[in-house]
Design a protein around this ligand. Structure first.
Ligand SMILES: [Ca+2]
Ligand SMILES: [Ca+2]
Length: 188
């Protein structure tokens, strides 16, 4: 009886979050209990030891983008999910990132996107970093070829993004505000 009870208890531990974990994640992620338990169950199925590795990320992205090469993009996105930079993504890190990208505020989403582009984590996004991430997105979709030229080339896309950023700021801000905001964005 004791053995059966402890067996059930250990099974419950690996397939469900406990009360304290649930309460903490409900308040930090705004996911409901059922949603969290579902995410947790799926996470533990892919990563029974509770640690998601870069290899698992590659596998998942490879399933979604079978025609592309997910490796460069996975390197960048894994870096954002792995917030304490210890080389693995725990469920807490995973669900926190999912919460920000699905229903976070615009501000939180921008900060998250900034971390994706700030590859060397120095607090700035350089044009080269932007180009590297855009190229990785092309590779993910299987659309990157050295022969791609003109408006569809990654460096041209980055130029268009920078122009759009300038225009969006021009329409809503004074020159001083614009410069200030631009500096903030580039610093994160
Ligand atoms: Ca980590
Ligand atoms: Ca940087």
């Amino acid at each position: 009886m004791g053995t059966a009870a402890s067996f059930l208890f250990s099974c419950r531990n690996i397939s469900k979050l406990n009360k304290n974990e649930l309460e903490e994640l409900e308040s930090t992620t705004n996911f409901k209990t059922q949603q969290l338990q579902k995410w947790y169950k799926d996470f533990m199925q892919d990563c029974p030891d509770g640690h998601m590795t870069k290899e698992v990320f590659r596998k998942i992205y490879g399933q979604f983008f079978p025609a592309g090469n997910p490796s460069p993009f996975v390197d960048y996105i894994f870096n954002v999910f792995d917030s304490n930079k210890d080389g693995v993504v725990t469920f807490k890190e995973f669900i926190t990132a999912i919460a920000v990208t699905t229903h976070g505020s615009v501000d939180d989403k921008l900060k998250w996107a900034f971390k994706l582009y700030d590859i060397d984590n120095d607090g700035y996004v350089s044009r080269f970093e932007m180009l590297d991430v855009v190229t990785a997105i092309y590779q993910l979709h299987g659309r990157f070829h050295a022969s791609v030229r003109g408006r569809d080339a990654p460096d041209e896309r980055v130029n268009q993004l920078l122009v759009k950023l300038d225009k969006a700021e021009c329409s809503t801000m004074s020159s001083a505000e614009r410069n200030n905001q631009k500096e903030l964005f580039m610093r994160g």
